[in-house]
Design a protein around this ligand. Structure first.
Ligand code: 0X9
Ligand code: ZN
Length: 267
């Protein structure tokens, strides 16, 4: 889905959100639709979404892994896509291990495993399509967000190494977490992936960052383990609203940080 920006600013900016990389994380595709609904319903009513849509092209991929997602309708715990391995013995590649960033290290080439990274980087059509799109649009896309669940975390690069990323993105996520606490009384932690969650390579966030998209985040939505992937329908609106607040907080921050300096005319 593509919302072209409504404003006619000279400088072209864009943001990208994808959902549903992992099949069983059902709150994730729900969030993408929540975001689209909010954008369509509250443009010119809510100041933040209006500002975002006025200034940025917004690209939304509601389900990156549609085959896996469909499969979870009968096998609820499936995570990977549904690609058939060469040996034909096992099915599925973890798309969040298939991106071309330090590929294979810390994941598995065994197609029977949950974190199988595939036979080679971008072997999977889903990862390749996203990578191709972002490569084509890398000059305009300044913000990459990928939505997962669960654990209530905002992760930023790197995950493939413990090195600190050049623009350590903690301030933006700190503000997002603070606003969630203030408005929804819910706790989100944040930090670089390797140190905060676990080290792992081949992820889309690190790949997007290394492509040059300097604001790159993985969101892990509700909850913190009580229901896990089986988040009940009554929690959907709360989970989506707080994530929406975080997306808007970060997008507005990116707009502020990347604003072209005003033209000063000397007399
Ligand atoms: O392991 C993952 O792919 C993500 N966690 S999940 O429980 N949703 O599977 C975290 C991804 C963090 N980023 C990278 N590892 N690059
Ligand atoms: Zn995930």
């Amino acid at each position: 889905m593509h919302f072209p920006r409504t404003g006619k600013l000279a400088q072209q900016k864009a943001m990208w959100i994808d959902c549903g990389i992992h099949a069983r994380e059902w709150i994730s595709p729900a969030f993408c639709l929540w975001f689209v609904h909010h954008s369509l319903s509250f443009y010119q009513q809510n100041s933040e979404i209006t500002r975002i849509l006025d200034s940025m092209d917004v690209y939304v991929l509601p389900v990156m892994n549609p085959d896996g997602y469909k499969y979870t309708w009968t096998r609820r715990w499936w995570r990977k896509n549904r690609s058939i391995s060469k040996s034909g013995f096992c099915v599925g590649v973890d798309l969040n291990r298939n991106f071309d960033v330090d590929w294979v290290k810390g994941s598995s080439q065994n197609p029977c495993e949950e974190i199988n990274c595939g036979p080679f980087p971008e072997s999977e059509p889903e990862a390749q399509a996203v990578a191709n799109f972002l490569r084509r649009h890398k000059d305009t896309v300044q913000l990459y967000i990928t939505i997962h669940s669960y654990s209530q975390m905002f992760i930023f690069p790197y995950s493939y190494t413990f090195d600190q990323a050049e623009n350590h993105n903690d301030l933006m996520v700190q503000e997002a977490a603070q606003r969630i606490k203030r408005y929804y009384r819910n706790t989100y932690t944040y930090g670089p992936g390797a140190a905060t969650l676990y080290p792992c390579s081949g992820g889309s966030d690190d790949w997007a960052y290394k492509l040059g998209i300097k604001y790159s985040f993985t969101f892990e939505l509700q909850d913190r383990g009580e229901y896990g992937f089986l988040l009940p329908p009554s929690h959907i609106s709360g989970a989506c609203n707080e994530a929406l607040l975080a997306v808007k907080t970060i997008a507005v921050k990116v707009l502020e940080k990347t604003q072209a300096p005003a033209n000063h005319h000397t007399i």
